[in-house]
Design a protein. Structure first.
Length: 187
C-alpha cells in the first residue's frame, strides 16, 4: 500500500510550525514535499509579517494558497475520503490590517474549498494555533499571554502539528469546513 503524500508549505524555519507539521506527519508515516520561500522567510526575523508590503502578504497568504488549493482540487485522484487541505491562520491581526486581510482571505478560500471539493472526499479546514512560541515574542508579551492562558503556557509548534496530523488522519475525515482554534483557552 502506498504511503500518503503531504505537501507542507512554510518550512523555512526549523523552529516554526511548518517544520513541526512536517516532522509529525513523517512520524505518522507520510511522505513529504516541503516548500518555503527563502527570501521571504529570511526577512521575517521572528516569523511575523511586520512591515511587509501588502502585495507580499496577499501574494503569500492568499493568492499562492488559492492557486495551490485550486490545483489540488483539480488534480486530486486519490481515494475518496483521503484528501485533505489544512491551512494555518491567525487572529493576531489587530494593528496589522494587511496581514489580517490576507489571513481572512486564506480562511475563506479554505472554507470554500471544503464545499467545492466535498464530492471528491477532500476535507478542508483552517487551524488557528493561537500564540505559538517560535521566538518572535518579547518577554513581556510572553508573560502576558501565559497569564491569559488557562493552561498556563504558550503553544508550541508541536501543539499545532498534532492538530494538523489529526485532521489529516482517517479520524479527521468527518471534520470539514471548520475553523479550529487551539490556543489553550486564551482569554
Amino acid at each position: 500500500m502506498a504511503r500518503p503524500l503531504a505537501l507542507v508549505t512554510g518550512v523555512g524555519r526549523t523552529v516554526g510550525i511548518g517544520a513541526a507539521v512536517a516532522r509529525r506527519l513523517a512520524d505518522s508515516g507520510w511522505d513529504l514535499v516541503l516548500t518555503h520561500w527563502t527570501p521571504y522567510d529570511l526577512r521575517m526575523e521572528w516569523g511575523v509579517e511586520r512591515g511587509a508590503t501588502e502585495a507580499i502578504l496577499v501574494a503569500v497568504n492568499a493568492r499562492a494558497s488559492w492557486l495551490l488549493v485550486r490545483e489540488y482540487g483539480r488534480r486530486f485522484t486519490g481515494v475518496h475520503g483521503t484528501g485533505r487541505v489544512v491551512a494555518l491562520t491567525s487572529d493576531h491581526t489587530v494593528g496589522n490590517l494587511p496581514y489580517g486581510a490576507s489571513k481572512g482571505a486564506l480562511d475563506r478560500i479554505t472554507l470554500a474549498a471544503a464545499h467545492e471539493f466535498a464530492h471528491l472526499g477532500v476535507t478542508a479546514n483552517v487551524v488557528d494555533p493561537g500564540p505559538v512560541d517560535t521566538g518572535w515574542m518579547s518577554e513581556e508579551l510572553r508573560e502576558e499571554v501565559v497569564r491569559r492562558t488557562p493552561l498556563g503556557r504558550l503553544g508550541t509548534p508541536r501543539d499545532a502539528a498534532h492538530l494538523v496530523d489529526f485532521l489529516c488522519s482517517p479520524g479527521g475525515q468527518w471534520v470539514n469546513g471548520q475553523s479550529l482554534t487551539a490556543d489553550g483557552g486564551l482569554v
